[in-house]
Design a protein around this ligand. Sequence first.
Ligand SMILES: [Zn+2]
Length: 202
Amino acid sequence: MSSMRKYESFFSNLKCPYCNSSIKSHLEELDIPHFGETILLHLKCEKENCSFKTNDLFSVFSKEPKRFAFRFSSEADLSTKVIKSSSCTIRIPEFGVEIEPSIASEGYFTNIEGILLRITEVLQFTYMSLEHPEKMFNCKDLIRKVAHAIEGNESFTLILEDPMGNSAIISDDENKISIKTLTKEETEKLKVGGSPIFGLEK
Ligand SMILES: [Zn+2]
């Protein structure tokens, strides 16, 4: 995979949602094998003490809405590459995990280990807001399962669905992956979220 081109300050009119300062943008074009040319977008507030930053990615060419299902069974699967855009829904049915896109969703290029670490972050954040003991117990149990998965000691199915077609799990192993184009009906049921760039233009 090679970085092809970089663009600094491509957008000149973005304002920080926290402090209204200017936002610095950085675009990078990557050629990802089995997926194609992809734009990585990094946005960061220019003000020194402001913590606002976000990322997203898009395929250069328009793609069909797709579902990727990957059968995870060992530690070796942790390095399987994942392209997760801001419009991606992540599911792990065996764990009851479903993360739908929201206005705060980010896009990034990672691997399955990276996805599991992000899910852990979401669960830990959720745990802090829980009050009911049973829900707290279930959430802790889920955090433990995901930790086992990160050690390669759980089998599960990682499902990515993206109505914009900007997400993918990249594997050549036909025994592990199934890829399906979503029907119009299936696509309409999915949330799109909002790319971090929407709402920042002033
Ligand atoms: Zn700011």
